[in-house]
Design a protein around this ligand. Structure first.
Ligand SMILES: Nc1nc2c(c(=O)[nH]1)N[C@H]1C(S)=C(S)[C@@H](COP(=O)(O)OP(=O)(O)OC[C@H]3O[C@@H](n4cnc5c(=O)[nH]c(N)nc54)[C@H](O)[C@@H]3O)O[C@H]1N2
Ligand SMILES: Nc1nc2c(c(=O)[nH]1)N[C@H]1C(S)=C(S)[C@@H](COP(=O)(O)OP(=O)(O)OC[C@H]3O[C@@H](n4cnc5c(=O)[nH]c(N)nc54)[C@H](O)[C@@H]3O)O[C@H]1N2
Ligand code: SF4
Ligand SMILES: [Mo]
Length: 691
């Protein structure tokens, strides 16, 4: 018997096979609709739902292996308590009740002194709205714990977009297939946005030109018609020089500019200062290539830009996104449904976060905010009037900060503090779990309810549990409900079920019955949302000039902001390092899945032949990559994927699988971007030597 009704089968009742509808939880723009085949209570296959258009029946290599991850022999199956020094990896099993009681007692004792000494640390291990910040947020709000600024990925670009277009909004992804020109800007789509790449391929078959703008000759760059291989952190200079060409050749839509933009005179003046020659010197490319790119952009319709987050992980990341986001308004590209720009669609989703997170539980308190990027410094910081109390407890869920946060040596030193109380909710013994006082086994997406938004399309997805929790695993929501009970929090909101939370996320703005029946529901979004302006900014226009930025004392117009660690500025560390994702990992998730790690092999550093030769480095050689923050060892790959002067350290390996127990984040810095308080992972100078 096979059914696709999507009803979550209860293990005892299940006879034969069922197919359960779900959603991929990972931090990926594609948010695929999953179909899990369950036989006798065991998930035997996970595939893409062919009825869901953005998924189109296809999953990436990582998630098509989901059962391997779910049933991995390394999966955490019971609560563990530390039984040796921090970081020693020695743990003993403990019952849920004992663990919860002790954790609650320890947190209560700290909270009695100062609840802000407790810090939640979470990100997008699951992007689910329920297993992310629902009961967890209620718990920390009720406690009065420190707030966490969840900035580690997209906040610089998000802020750049908000100050230009008004939010994380853009063109509808499906119409990229109809474009005649697509700029893939700061995105290795084949690796990190596969379902967009399929649309770009369709456009290519229809005669579209594809251009990739990326310092790395990525898998995507090599399949585009043209590759603009600029230096990291120079995208705003390139965009401004394109504007220069649009102005001097009058490839402008004057009517669109007059009606639907602000600050044109100022932007025009600034662009005129960015000749292609000036930008070429900054970007490290030919002026002729900039001219031809501008000509393509100025003279092709429909023309579309897929920006992704690569360009905003540098000091000037917010400005870079602003500059690029101005380009469609200049040429009126928004008039076509296959024209405009897309960075993230997540701002389109009408999520009722207050209903999920209950900020009212703060009851008038305004706890301090810790930026997740500077956790390395902050966990080592003493109490002070500016900082507040020393961090005494960390509760980590949906994240692996010891591997993913910058300047790991400090993160590790902080997490190793014997006087820090750390609880980690996880599927596996990650680098972070190794420093926990308690490790609590979490359910995976196949085992719990959730509801999703997406940042690469505009459909809401529902995830139903397909199997019972593996071992003694509990969902994040259940753990925070349990902890609330042990802390004596009697508020009714701590007994709300996951299914009720799923309904609450969108309230009446989504037909929940449709979600239950199909597994997904599309938001009503206009085909060409900004054809007649109507941007969600204060002015309703595309803001070339942002009053809001000017009021904060910042430049109201986009500009090129050079990297903190500018290539060529340091004789000791002459190479710029970027650390984009490896194709078969998702951030640090999947690194422990053997079949995927086998494909990635070992941690590598791609280096251009010229830079390799100057250092006597050949492919396969173990190298030391270092700067004043630390040292990372990996294997060199002399490769045309690297441009001269730039090395690519693909991420994000677990430290424990690294050659010397570190990963690329040993080298990255905790500095913040121009806007959005974001990370500067790709603004990092290093030197490389044979080990
Ligand atoms: N397979 C896989 N998929 C993923 C992820 C993963 O780890 N693995 N991560 C997920 C997450 S969390 C996110 S945020 C998204 C990220 O999605 P994207 O932003 O598309 O991420 P990347 O594939 O890292 O693309 C970044 C590209 O930007 C390039 N780049 C680096 N610096 C610059 C620069 O200064 N300018 C320009 N123009 N390009 C630059 C890099 O070389 C890389 O090819 O992907 C998601 N999808
Ligand atoms: N050098 C460098 N560093 C980077 C980046 C880079 O490009 N270069 N990229 C940055 C970016 S874009 C991002 S988004 C961050 C990502 O940083 P994180 O959000 O920390 O992402 P992951 O490394 O994937 O870790 C997520 C963890 O959550 C766990 N998890 C998944 N689902 C659940 C669940 O339901 N419950 C619980 N309790 N746990 C769960 C997974 O097992 C996994 O260990 O890394 C950043 N770090
Ligand atoms: S990681 Fe991305 S491409 Fe892979 S299944 Fe999930 S949403 Fe789809
Ligand atoms: Mo991210």
């Amino acid at each position: 018997m096979t059914s696709a009704i999507g009803i979550s089968p209860s293990v005892s009742l299940l006879q034969g096979e069922a197919v359960v509808r779900g959603a991929c939880p990972h931090d990926c723009p594609d948010t695929c609709a999953l179909l899990t085949t369950v036989r006798d209570g065991i998930a035997i296959k996970v595939s893409g739902n062919p009825d869901h258009q953005p998924t189109d029946g296809v999953l990436c290599n990582k998630v098509s292996k989901y059962t391997e991850r779910t049933y991995s022999p390394d999966r955490l199956l019971q609560p563990l308590r530390r039984a040796g020094p921090k970081g020693s990896g020695r743990y003993e099993p403990v019952s849920w009740d004992d663990a919860l009681e002790d954790i609650a007692a320890r947190l209560a004792a700290i909270a009695a002194r100062d609840p802000e000494a407790i810090v939640p640390y979470s990100y997008a291990g699951t992007m689910g709205l329920v297993q992310g910040e629902s009961i967890a947020a209620r718990f920390f709000n009720r406690l009065g714990a420190s707030m966490l600024d969840r900035t580690i990925c997209s906040s610089a670009g998000g802020e750049g977009l908000a100050q230009t277009l008004g939010g994380k909004v853009g063109m509808k992804v499906e119409f990229f297939a109809e474009a005649k020109l697509i700029l893939i800007w700061g995105s290795n789509s084949i690796a990190s946005n596969l379902h967009f790449w399929r649309l770009a391929q369709a456009a290519k078959r229809n005669g579209a030109k594809l251009v990739c703008i990326d310092p790395r000759r990525s898998e995507t760059a090599e399949k585009c018609h043209e590759h603009v291989q600029l230096r990291p952190g120079t995208d705003a200079a390139l965009a401004l020089a394109m504007m220069h060409e649009l102005v001097v050749n009058d490839w402008l839509d004057h009517d669109y500019i007059a009606r639907h933009t602000t600050g044109w005179e100022g932007l025009r003046e600034r662009a005129l200062r960015w000749t292609p020659e000036r930008a070429a010197a900054v970007c490290g490319i030919d002026a002729a290539q900039i001219r031809s790119l501008a000509r393509d952009w100025g003279t092709t319709r429909p023309a579309a830009i897929r920006v992704n987050y690569g360009m905003q992980r540098v000091r000037g990341g917010g400005n870079a996104v602003r500059a690029v986001a101005c380009l469609p308004a200049l040429t009126g590209a928004w008039r076509d449904r296959a024209g405009g720009v897309l960075l993230s669609s997540s701002g389109t989703f009408p999520v009722d976060r207050a209903a999920l997170q209950r900020p009212d539980l703060l009851a008038g308190r305004a706890p301090r905010t810790i930026n997740m990027i500077t956790i390395g410094d902050d966990v080592l910081r003493d109490a002070s009037p500016e900082f507040g109390p020393r961090i005494e407890a960390l509760v980590v869920y949906n994240s692996n900060p010891v591997a993913v946060a910058p300047e790991s040596s400090k993160v590790v030193a902080g997490f190793a503090r014997e006087d820090l109380f750390t609880v980690v909710l996880e599927h596996f013994r990650t680098d972070t779990a190794d420093y926990a006082d308690y490790i609590l086994p979490a359910t995976t997406q196949l085992e719990h309810w959730d509801v999703h938004l997406a940042y690469g399309h505009t459909d809401v997805l529902l995830n139903r549990p397909a199997i019972a929790p593996v071992g003694q695993a509990r969902s994040n929501t259940q753990v925070f409900r349990d902890l609330a009970r042990h802390m004596g929090f009697t508020d009714e909101c701590f007994s709300e079920t996951d299914e009720s939370l799923c309904r609450k996320a969108y309230g009446t703005r989504i037909d929940f019955d449709e979600l239950l029946a199909r597994g997904f529901a599309s938001l009503p979004v206009a085909d060409a949302p900004f054809a007649n302006g109507g941007f969600p900014t204060a002015s309703g226009k595309c803001e070339f000039f942002s009053e809001a930025l000017a009021r904060q004392g910042m430049d109201g117009l986009p500009d090129h902001v050079p990297n903190y660690e500018l290539a060529g500025s340091s004789p000791r560390f002459p190479l710029a390092m970027i650390s984009p994702p490896a194709r078969n990992f998702l951030n640090s998730t999947f690194v422990n899945v053997q079949s995927l790690r086998d494909i990635e092999g070992e941690p590598v550093l791609e280096i251009h032949a010229q830079d390799a030769m100057a250092r006597g480095i050949t492919t396969g050689m173990e190298v030391r990559v270092f700067n004043d923050r630390g040292e990372y060892r990996c294997k060199a790959e002399v490769s045309p994927r690297a441009r001269p002067g730039v090395v690519n350290g693909l991420g994000i390996w677990w430290r424990k699988f690294g050659l010397n127990g570190t990963n690329v984040n040993e080298l990255t810095s905790q500095k913040l971007t121009d806007m959005g308080r974001g990370p500067v992972f790709y603004d990092c100078l290093v030197e490389v030597q044979a080990a």
